[in-house]
Every structure is written in structure tokens, then in C-alpha cells.
Ligand binder design. Structure first.
Ligand code: FES
Length: 114
């Protein structure tokens, strides 16, 4: 059992619903940053939780927002959040996920641009 403490954790898998592309997410990296590291054309602008252009909908899987100044409620409507929409630059998956995102665009900004 003690040896399990030192076991390397497997990366989390992400599949993009529209294209079927898959990439790994390290547990200390946000969904969007992992996608960008994998050369996925994820929509983004500020990378700081202020513009909303990185929005994506989590179709399967779970994750969280770590403690940070980011307030997703300021950019996402309650109904969108209820349906799985997240700010991918601030959201960290905890399980394998399937995500719906419109790739290759700058992103539809709805908040402050830094
Ligand atoms: S890139 Fe601006 S909120 Fe995520």
C-alpha cells in the first residue's frame, strides 16, 4: 500500500467531440494549456479567466476550478454552467473527459480583454 503513494499518476485523456482528436492532460495543467501544448487550435485570448473566449462544454467527465481570482460566474450564465460549460483556461479536469469546443477560432469574447 505504501508503494502506491509513489506510483506515477497516469495523465488524464481528453477527446474533442467534433474532431475525435485526443490529447493528454497533466494533472497540474489547465484544460486549455494542455490543449495548446498538444498543438490543438483551442480558442483563447487572455488566458487569465477574463474574456470567456476559451469556453467549452464538458460532455463527459469531471473537473474543478482551483482557488484563484477567476470568477467563472461572471462570464458564464447559470444555464451554461449547468450544462457543463467551463472556462478552459482556468478549469482542471480530474477524470478523462470528452469536450465540445469550436476549434480554430479566436473565440467569442464576452468579458474584459487583458
Ligand atoms: S482565454 Fe480568456 S477566459 Fe480563458
Amino acid at each position: 500500500m505504501v508503494f502506491g503513494l509513489f506510483k506515477k499518476k497516469e495523465p488524464i485523456k481528453c477527446k474533442i467531440k467534433s474532431t475525435g482528436e485526443e490529447f493528454d492532460i497533466s494533472r497540474d495543467t489547465s484544460l486549455m494549456n494542455s490543449a495548446l501544448k498538444a498543438n490543438i487550435k483551442w480558442p483563447h485570448s487572455c488566458k487569465a479567466g477574463g474574456c470567456g473566449s476559451c469556453r467549452a462544454t464538458i460532455v463527459e467527465g469531471e473537473g474543478k476550478y482551483p482557488a484563484s481570482p477567476c470568477v467563472p460566474e461572471s462570464l458564464l450564465h447559470p444555464e451554461e454552467m449547468k450544462n457543463g460549460m467551463v472556462l478552459a483556461c482556468q478549469w482542471y479536469p480530474k477524470t478523462d473527459i470528452v469536450v465540445d469546443v469550436e476549434l480554430g477560432k479566436e473565440g467569442d469574447k464576452r468579458g474584459i480583454i487583458y
